[in-house]
Structure formats: structure tokens, C-alpha cells
Design a protein around this ligand. Sequence first.
Ligand code: 16G
Length: 245
Amino acid sequence: LKPHDWYRPEAGPRYLQLRNRLSEGVDGGLLAPGSPLPPEREIATITEFSRVTVRKAIQSLVDEGRIVQRQGSGSFVASTPAKVNQTLSRLTSFTEDMARRGMSVTVQWLERGFFMPTPEEVDALSLKDGDSVARIARLRLADGAPMAIERASLPTDILPNPLEVTQSLYAVLDAHGTRPVVALQKITAVIVDGPDAALLDLAPGSAGLRIERTSSLASGRVCEFTQSLYRGDAYTFVAQLRLQK
Ligand code: 16G
């Protein structure tokens, strides 16, 4: 048997035939990473498949993470974010880290204001009974590609006006003289699913890194508790180790 005799991409269910053609379009560079897919109707006309088949083919590529769907703006060819080598020895901000690499930073706000703290926040920030918490949760993008979902919680006297944060939290804290000087960071491997996967443009079931940062002022007071979910394929964390005797 020659390969052609058993490998026939045009065989199998119709939606898989179309899926293969679309997939080849992506691999062949016809559909560039990040570019929008033509509307379903148009794909159906060009390829002579039904709208139902087109929808099924697109859905199977969405499930594989090759195509991403954004609410209100349609389907796009997935773009793999640049891989970032991030050192684990300096207390820097996301904005600074990306700026150093010449990448542009944007944000999609998820939450920003005062909230009733969760027991975890009460514990991490040593809040008193009845205290509320300043919380800013956002999707962080570099050069337009989603990198992480970050949910930062701070005591209200440290961040009296959460709306002041339009881009960099640490720049705002710096201006108030409350930028943290030391932090404890924990990194755990997780599976990304549901709405988190959609926000990060990941296929459900992809690898992610859950990162928790607890930062303190020079006085030792905890001023920031941030829980983040980073794309597993976007980061390599690097630490230098020394022999200690
Ligand atoms: C980093 C920190 C996060 C901090 C943020 C401030 C990690 C895992 N997290 O993303 O804790 O709140 O920087 O960045 O490194 P910003 O000043 O750009 O808002």
C-alpha cells in the first residue's frame, strides 16, 4: 500500500473533511495566527459545505485550541504567545517585565473595586472583622496575546482608589510609597478549563500555572495577595541556585 491508498484526507465525516482543509490553511500560512476567520456563511459558500458542517468543523478546531472564539467579535486563528523567560529573583511587575522585552501591555478588566473579602483574603492580608478588600482582577495581554489572569487583593488603606489602576498596580503603589519590597511566590501546575480557558485563548484541558504572590512592605506588613493563572505554554521560570554550606 502506498500512503495515498490508506491516507485519504477527503474520507470520513464531512465536518472532518472541512476541519482538515481549514487546518491545512492554518498550517500552510493561508490563515495567519491571530487573523480573523471569514464568517461561517462565507466559508459555506466557498467550500460548498452546509452551515451546520462549517459550524461543526470550526467547533472541532476550537476544541483543539487551534481556533479561538471571542464573544462578540467572532473566530480567530489562535496565536501562540511569545515564550517568556521570567527570573524568579526580582520583585518586578508585569508591566515592567513586558516593557523590558519591548512588548506592549494591554488589559481586560474583570473586577475592580471594593469587595467583601473571602476567608482566604482575610487570612492572607490579616484583615479585621468587617474590613472590605480592594480587588483588581484582569486578563493581562502582551502584544495582544493573553498571558495571564491576575486577581490582586489589597487592604483598602493600601489601595484607597482601585479605579486609579489603569495599567500598572505597582506604579500606583510606587506613587503612594507603598510598593512591596519582598514577596513569597508559590507556583503550582494546573489544568485550565471553562471560562478561564476561553479568556486565555486555550483549548480546555491545557496546562496552566497557578501563581500566588504574597508581598510585604519594608515594615513586614502584607500589602498584596495576588492569585494568578498563567498560560503554561507562555512561561519558563528561571532561578539561579547557589550551593550553601
Ligand atoms: C506581576 C505579579 C503580580 C503583581 C503584578 C503587578 C506574578 C506572578 N505576579 O504580574 O503579583 O500584582 O506583577 O503588575 O509575577 P503591574 O504593576 O503591571 O500591575
